[in-house]
Design a protein around this ligand. Structure first.
Ligand code: ZN
Length: 207
């Protein structure tokens, strides 16, 4: 509220045609434009030169090949050189958004002063309760996506995982005994297969 009033009053006190910051920037650009020479082609475009550097300026569409004039709405140093070449006024080529009238228009309204909380009307409606906050679930959160039925439901994803689960399951005593027997038989078979192989290939007979 205060800011709106201050901004408006500050501008009303001055006689600026454009906003002060833009004026400052423009003064700098006018100084820099003295290093450029503009040549008019007699129709639309200006060739603005500095040594081997050349920019083209179109004052009708308010654009320059450096793109600064097009994007900011403030004439660049090349455009200013062209404007001065035609003996025009720089202010006529500045976007209206930087002018006093637009500035005052944006600060013409004020925020309305309102009464304090003690003046507010009290309505006899139900008390407004805060929303339910979901409880945090215990344990480690799931990291795998729940699969749809057409994707195979919630089956274990790979045969590797499946084997892992089987290995984790505790074996019954009968199963454990059977596994021991299987291991012994396998070891015996390996020894039987290796012995003749060792004898045949050892010319010293194993000594
Ligand atoms: Zn330019």
């Amino acid at each position: 509220m205060t800011r709106m009033r201050q901004k408006r009053d500050e501008m009303l006190k001055t006689d600026y045609l454009i906003c002060p910051r833009i004026k400052k920037r423009l003064d700098l650009l006018i100084t820099e434009s003295r290093n450029w020479t503009a040549s008019w082609d007699g129709q639309k475009l200006f060739a603005v030169k500095q040594g081997t550097r050349v920019n083209t300026v179109d004052l009708e569409t308010m654009s320059c090949s450096c793109r600064v004039f097009d994007l900011t709405g403030i004439p660049c140093e090349h455009a200013i050189a062209a404007i001065y070449d035609r003996r025009h006024q720089v202010i006529d080529y500045i976007s209206d958004y930087y002018k006093r009238s637009k500035y005052l228009a944006s600060y013409q309204h004020s925020l309305e002063a309102i009464k304090g909380e003690e003046f507010w009307e009290v309505h006899s409606t139900d008390e407004l309760l805060p929303p339910d906050i979901p409880k945090k679930l215990r344990g480690r959160p799931k990291r795998l996506r729940r699969r749809e039925d057409w994707e195979g439901g919630n089956r274990i994803q790979s045969s590797q995982d499946e084997n892992h689960v089987v290995a984790q399951r505790k074996k019954t005593p009968k199963e454990a005994k059977r596994q021991k027997i299987q291991v012994r038989r396998a070891v015996k078979n390996v020894d039987k297969q290796k012995l003749p192989f060792v004898k045949n290939n050892d010319p010293t007979g194993g000594d």
